[in-house]
Write a protein of this length. Structure first.
Length: 276
């Protein structure tokens, strides 16, 4: 069974049919998913949606016997909203984490110098606060990293911060950077991993597919980033966890293995990395 390690089912795009989205995910072969918080309301919803009561609510709509994926969650603030990352908020995140065993990651956090919705120092401060929390509670971090055009500053700053926290494990969400950055991340002592999403399936992503073909078998996972970045096979549609299988098929092609091998490799890595 596949594991979608990064989706946002709490977003408004899914308000009308999230129950059916979950059912389709299971039917497509997705056994588990990580519903990632990336702002205050999203993190609250991530907590709510990965509690047993939520799946019972969904079964109340679809039928008691319906098969659904296991839902896990995270707590975090995206760099776009990093000015909201106060000590009080981080304290609230810690309380949620300690009260809900299905919260298995910190983030989505990181650096976005492409849009630069918040000043660089604000983003750096927010990222460090998330890393400190991850260190305290022993959870991995979902990292967003995007450079400005013709700049490598975000990834340079990211590598510096990763080096400050050598015991914190990070997953590089929606990895789209180059081989040099991939090598640098994988060589660090934290045991970081890369996550490939729909972008790796795009015709223009030949260089990214080459990176994916060489990543060690136990150092990558797959994701959808639903409702965003739909895989090429479903381009033009709203993304959803069921489509993670399309990304798995492309990775199988570039690595010269059967789809089932990608399913087994990425699923096993996700289970070990997130403790699910």
């Amino acid at each position: 069974m596949f594991i979608d390690t990064h989706c946002h089912l709490m977003e408004a795009h899914f308000k009308a049919d999230v129950a059916l989205v979950l059912q389709r995910s299971a039917l497509a072969g997705v056994s588990k998913l990580l519903n990632i918080g990336c702002h205050l309301e999203g993190s609250r919803e991530s907590d709510r949606m990965c509690r047993p009561e939520y799946l019972e609510e969904i079964r109340g709509l679809l039928g008691a016997s319906v098969t659904l994926p296991e839902i896990y969650g995270s707590q975090g603030i995206h760099p776009h909203d990093s000015n909201q990352t106060t000590d009080e908020v981080m304290g609230d995140f810690e309380k949620v984490i300690r009260s809900n065993r299905r919260i298995v990651a910190i983030g989505e956090t990181g650096l976005d110098y492409f849009y630069m919705n918040q000043p660089r120092e604000v983003q750096l401060s927010s990222l460090r606060k998330h890393m400190v929390l991850a260190q305290e509670v022993g959870l991995p971090v979902s990292i967003h990293c995007r450079d400005a055009i013709d700049s490598l500053d975000a990834r340079k700053d990211m590598l510096k911060i990763l080096a400050e926290f050598p015991k914190v494990r990070c997953v590089m969400h929606c990895f789209v950077q180059d081989q040099e950055y991939a090598d640098a991340v994988l060589a660090m002592p934290g045991g970081h991993i890369l996550s490939f999403g729909g972008v790796v399936t795009y015709p223009s992503s030949e260089a990214l597919r080459k990176i994916a073909s060489y990543v060690p078998a136990d150092r990558f996972v797959i994701e959808t980033d639903s409702p965003y970045l739909t895989a090429q096979a479903f381009r033009g549609k709203r993304n959803e966890p069921a489509f993670v299988v399309a990304t798995g098929k492309v990775l199988a092609e570039v690595r010269g293995v059967e789809v089932g091998e990608i399913e087994k490799l990425t699923g096993g890595t996700a289970e070990r990395f997130f403790g699910i």
